[in-house]
Design a protein around this ligand. Sequence first.
Ligand code: FE2
Length: 285
Amino acid sequence: MPTLIDNEQRAAWRRDGVLVLPGFASVDAVEALKTRARAIVDAFDPAADGGGPAVFSSRDRARLAEQALAASADQVRCFFEEEAFDADGRLAVPKAQAINKIGHALHDRDPVFGRFSRDPRLAALVADLGVAEPLLVQSMLIFKQPRIGGEVVWHQDASFLITDPPSVIGLWFALEDATLDNGCLWVAPGGHRGPLRERYVQQGEGFVTETLDATPWPSGDATRPLEVAAGTLVAFDGQLPHASAPNRSAVSRMAYTLHVVDGRAAWSPLNWLQRRADDPARGFG
Ligand code: FE2
């Protein structure tokens, strides 16, 4: 398999836990994903979506959101922004501007996202980053809507996609320019060498966030914003702390994310994301 990154980038990956590859996705490829995402939202009927809005919040995961999350493991489902509703629970903005994200099996259920996600260059990159038996486990289209796009607090993706040993890698594609104004990613370079602080696991009928390590989240000089142009791919280690601020600007900050784990590692039965035995996660082939 051809390699996609050079030795310097490989060293940067080990040192920082994050790699920025500008221009990875063409203008046409980016446009195709945006168009497809808008069509999915157009076709989405909130009233028919199982008895209520599936509001997703990284701060307050209500029961309804938990159920919608678990049900989305092998589906294409729309999740609302928390601030999309007024005090009476009615949509306060048009539907197209009310969706926080689409998840979590776009890579398996949607042909446009499927083609993009199974790009041979991604297989080469993930192999370069040390994943021997890649499995595509999760995908999300994140809208980061103008003005109401919510904050994503500091976290590590390995808390939500648990394998033993930890193996998850995040592939984050900017579909629009990401800036400080519209809520770009913030990362803590090198922070992947620190401990996994939390894990989000099944407990009874619901899910809980357990603290594994009380190490504080990075702040100040340990953090830096990733202002990147549309088409950029940001790859990051599953233990790299990252976050993004709310979007209070007038423009959206769309991104597509794909998460890959190593099939040699054991998938935790406590993960929120569980695929049926007859419909398992697949690799790039
Ligand atoms: Fe994340």
